[in-house]
Every structure is written in structure tokens, then in C-alpha cells.
Design a protein around this ligand. Structure first.
Ligand SMILES: [Zn+2]
Length: 418
């Protein structure tokens, strides 16, 4: 684990960073940061975060999907509720900030508010599962709080054959109570997630923050190129039906096409060639395609074009190609009023937070159809994430905290849509 120099925790941003690093030492695998959904390390993480919450005057509870939650009450009992959230599970061998930053920055904002009276309650939620690392299926926690965690999802099993429901039970919780203990308070009028960018855009623009206006849609396909295996020594070049060369030409075309459009990204992340021998012309190739764009029509157009390109690259060589859709996720627009309010809060706090879209999926896209939701991105030094060297700068964390505080102090619940 990279734990280079611990910042001096005398500033409020440094304290957040120190807490993230402290949390990163709570791991299922010693020597790295790996904290899977409802693992033993999650229990220790809950103990530590609950302790911090208590120091801030908050009593926490764990709902039956394993989310750790605490509410800062407004003076008015019937006030609406604003949710601050992010997740505390990690990918294997993770960094310290993907997820925990949003939770601990939310907690720091509540600490900073002190006795300041606000016309709304603030619920802080540390989601137990966002990454999908244990069950190969992400967003379990946010699906639970919007009432979308169904029986089939609860039956999904991890590599040890333990189901989601069993994992919940062995954590001392009751999956049958999810519909009672998990849903967001009906009075919830807004949800805000602070998260590291996990990409290089803010670094390139030399900016601390961005407000996220949309989360891109994704299409995933698996393509199969079928040619003809033959002897690599006796088959002349002109008489081959090489599935791998057909796939290779197409892969280059995917890169070239996507490079022409600013908001489009397209990736062939996996290629398997068969029979996979030095002296045999490749007969068959499986290749994945991942296409993302903030506008669904543009993504669909790109997919159609790229699948046609695969066809022409294959036909040219007497190779057949077929494509199977594996997953599709629509683009999600975050709440415009809330995003604008966050942008203004950043301005008032003295920072520029230009709108951008997120190329990665987040819990925010699960909440957004149910409650006005927005995200604040914090610069990722070197664009690095899902890596032990993932980092944040103290000045950027301070900018995020100042922005969030400014928003909380100026926010009028009735001005947010819904
Ligand atoms: Zn995350």
C-alpha cells in the first residue's frame, strides 16, 4: 500500500485525507486495500466510521443491505432530507479514495456545520457495495435503497458459492427486512455524491473540481470472428481466412473511429484467439466491444457503425462475424437544478467547477431516476484510480469541502425539482 507521507492533520482537508488512509488500512487482504461487500473488514470499517460519526454527534445504524447510515436532524422534525453518500467497498488492491472520500468529506461537512441551523435533515450513507467485486454485479446498495434489489440479485453467488442473501445474514442482518430498513426517507429531496474523478480531465485542465451533469451510457458486445484454421507453413497468404487478422484490422478501426468524436470512447478490452498455436492460422476470435457516450443516440449510431466495420473487415477475408449484446446501460442525466446549485456553490467558495460527464458508472445513476441527484468530482492526480497509488491533493479536498458547505448553507429544498 502506498502510504507515503501522511499529511499533517491540522487542516480540515488533511484530516479527511488521514481518515481515508486510516480506513484503507482496514482490509481483507493484509498489505493491500481490498474490502469486499460485507466481508470481515467491512465490519471493522463500520466500527471505525461509526466512531467518527459518534464524535460528530451522529448515531449510526446499519440497514439490512449493510449500508451504514446516520442522520443530522434539522430543528424542524418534519423537514425534508438531503442525502450525502458514497461507497466504502473497494476493488481488489484499491486506493484509499474511491468511495471513502465522499463519505468522509460528507462527515467533515457535518462536523463543520456544528450547530448551524438548516431547513433540512442530512442523511449520510456509506454504501456497502458499489464496485461489484464480490458478486460480479455492481450497485447492490443503491439498488436496495431505491427498492430495486430483487430476489434474483439476492440469489447471486460469489466465488465461494455464498449468495448475497447469505452474506447479509452472516453479517447479522436480515435480507427479508430490506424493504423496511433500506428505502430512502420519503422526504428525501436531493442526493449528492462527492467522488474522485478517476480520470485525467481535471488534471489536464488544472482544475480542482467539476460538477457532473451526466453519466455516460454504455453498450457491451461480444463479437465472434469465424475463419478457417490451417497450416501456417503451407497455406499461401491469399488463400487464408484468418479470423485474428480480421479482428485486428477492425480493432484499429474502432480506435480510429472513436478518436474522431470528442465524447465517444470505444474499447476492445479482450481478445481470445483459437486454436492459439504458433503454427496454425487462427480459426476463431472472441473480442469484446465497450462503447460509451453521454448521448444515447450517438452511442447507438457508433455501435451500428462499428459493427458494420467488423462485418466488412471479416467479409474481406472470407471470415464470418457475429455480435452478441452483453449489456446496455442508458445515459443518465443528473438533476439540472441541483447541478447548477452545486456549480454556483463552487463559484461562491472561489472555485471553478465546470460541468463534465462521468465515463464511469456510479451509485448516482441508480439514485438519479428516483431523487434529484448530482455529483461533485475531485481531481485525480495523474488520472490514477483503482490502483494503490490513487491519490488526492489537499487543496482539491478543501475546495470540495468548501463547495459542499456553501451548497448546504444556501440550499432551499423547495427550489429543487420534485
Ligand atoms: Zn467509486
Amino acid at each position: 500500500m502506498s502510504n507515503a507521507v501522511s499529511p499533517d492533520p491540522t487542516t480540515r482537508a488533511a484530516k479527511i485525507i488521514t481518515r481515508c488512509r486510516e480506513l484503507a488500512r482496514i482490509t481483507d487482504i493484509p498489505g493491500e486495500t481490498t474490502r469486499l461487500f460485507l466481508s470481515p473488514a467491512t465490519s471493522d470499517a463500520h466500527t471505525l466510521i461509526s466512531w467518527w460519526m459518534r464524535q460528530a454527534g451522529l448515531e449510526s445504524r446499519t440497514d439490512d443491505a449493510g449500508n451504514l447510515r446516520a442522520v443530522r436532524r434539522s430543528g424542524k422534525p418534519d423537514a425534508p432530507t438531503l442525502v450525502l453518500f458514497s461507497h466504502i467497498d473497494t476493488v481488489p488492491n484499491a486506493g484509499a479514495f474511491d468511495g471513502p472520500l465522499g463519505v468522509l468529506l460528507g462527515l467533515a461537512a457535518i462536523e463543520e456545520l456544528g450547530a448551524t441551523a438548516l431547513p433540512f435533515h442530512i442523511e449520510l450513507i456509506a454504501f456497502a457495495e458499489e464496485e461489484g467485486a464480490r458478486f460480479g454485479f455492481p450497485f447492490l446498495s443503491s439498488l436496495a435503497v431505491v427498492g430495486k434489489l430483487d430476489a434474483a440479485m439476492l440469489d447471486r453467488k460469489d466465488k465461494q458459492g455464498i449468495s448475497v442473501a447469505e452474506a447479509i445474514r452472516s453479517f447479522g442482518l436480515d435480507p427479508t427486512r430490506i424493504p423496511e430498513t433500506c428505502p430512502l426517507a420519503p422526504s428525501t429531496f436531493a442526493a449528492i455524491e462527492v467522488h474522485i474523478e478517476q480520470g485525467p480531465v481535471l488534471e489536464k485542465e488544472d482544475a480542482s473540481l467539476a460538477v457532473v451533469e451526466a453519466i455516460v451510457g454504455q453498450s457491451r458486445f461480444e463479437l465472434t470472428f469465424e475463419g478457417q484454421a490451417n497450416h501456417a507453413g503451407t497455406t499461401p497468404m491469399a488463400l487464408r481466412h484468418d479470423a485474428l487478422v480480421a479482428a485486428a484490422q477492425w480493432i484499429v478501426e474502432v480506435e480510429q473511429y472513436a478518436a474522431n468524436y470528442k465524447q465517444l470512447v470505444a474499447t476492445v478490452g479482450r481478445v481470445d484467439a483459437y486454436p492459439g498455436a504458433t503454427n496454425i492460422v487462427p480459426a476463431k476470435v472472441h473480442a469484446t466491444l465497450d462503447v460509451r457516450h453521454p448521448k444515447d443516440e450517438s452511442r447507438h449510431a457508433a455501435v451500428a457503425h462499428l459493427l458494420t466495420k467488423a462485418e466488412s473487415s471479416a467479409t474481406h477475408r472470407g471470415v464470418k462475424v457475429s455480435a452478441k449484446a452483453m449489456a446496455e446501460q442508458k445515459a443518465v442525466n443528473l438533476d439540472r437544478t441541483l447541478t447548477t446549485a452545486l456549480h454556483r456553490a463552487a463559484e461562491r467558495a472561489g472555485f471553478d467547477a465546470e460541468p463534465m460527464f462521468s465515463g464511469a458508472g456510479h451509485d448516482s445513476m441508480i439514485l438519479a431516476p428516483h431523487v434529484p441527484t448530482t455529483m461533485l468530482f475531485v481531481r485525480s492526480p495523474r488520472g490514477l484510480s483503482h490502483h494503490p497509488d490513487e491519490n488526492v491533493r489537499e487543496e482539491d479536498v478543501e475546495a470540495a469541502l468548501a463547495t459542499l458547505l456553501n451548497l448546504l448553507i444556501h440550499l432551499h429544498p423547495h427550489k429543487i425539482s420534485e
